[in-house]
Design a protein around this ligand. Sequence first.
Ligand code: ZN
Length: 340
Amino acid sequence: MFQLIKETKEAVFLNPMEDFKEKRVLIERRTDPLTQQIGWILPHGFRLKAPKDLEQAIAQSLKNPCPFCPDMVERRTPKFLSTIAENGRITYGEVVVVPNLFPYQPHSAVARLTIRHFVPMAEFTEQILLDGLTASFAYIQRLRGLDPGLRYGSINWNYMPPSGGGLIHPHLQPVASHRPTQFMDLMATCSAAYLRSSGQVFWERYVHEEEKTGERFIGRFGDVSFLAPFAPRNMTGEIVVVFERQESILDHTETYFESFSQGLCCILRGLSALHFTSLNMALFIYFQPQQGLWTTARIMPRSVFPPLDTGDVNYYEKLHGEVFCMISPEDMCSYLRPYF
Ligand SMILES: [Zn+2]
């Protein structure tokens, strides 16, 4: 059954800021309606007060030649075997797809998005994003033609260092594999189980219910919806993207990518206005339709916190596998909706 379960807990302490008066803080424990993963919502109404100053990081990144800057790509990036790309690299507009110099899968590549070394989050255009997705997907498609055993893929993004990005120059990371990642497996397994037990496609019900209440439904372009998940898995919130009725990424890919790029642009502008300067993104690709599962993507803003550049991943997430989120999904939704 589709259920949004939350329990409210209370923490009590004597507050030094108010002459040690008793203070009660309400905390919510929420359960993801599909995966049953737990997310905690803290009520502090957290907002970043200013964007992180990136000038020093950008200057530092230019001390050594950047492999993705125009005059360097040819000399400093690896090439594919000719079976994958005749000229060694896959190019599309300004996008150049090359093998990952530090592979973490048999098939992991990097897609340099644009000739600009640094693109502020709010300045990404639909065209840059669309070209990046299209070129990354072309790489994955070529691999499918060469290795029929490949079943899974993803197009990922670490934008700027707090998200794990090792280069300032914007780039996506397409991957193809024989086995799913644990999260992709969890989504497929839970979606199939939901279909078996309820006779309904979870994602259809989910988008319908959330659009009806509106509290967490951010917006839609074409058949691609953007929502703030009920139980986020990131300290500063999460966005889930649902490619409605799309059981396989291989159908109408171009139209879906156009809508996705449009919405992604809006999300980036909204997150930038919230002073975020970094994010992770993943688009999950199953080559075979999975029972009860539609194509989805996830976006998580990432940050370090002043004054000490404190990280946004702590023992709770790293070692216990649960996350406390300081921006409620309802707040995240109301912040981002005006950008749609
Ligand atoms: Zn560069």
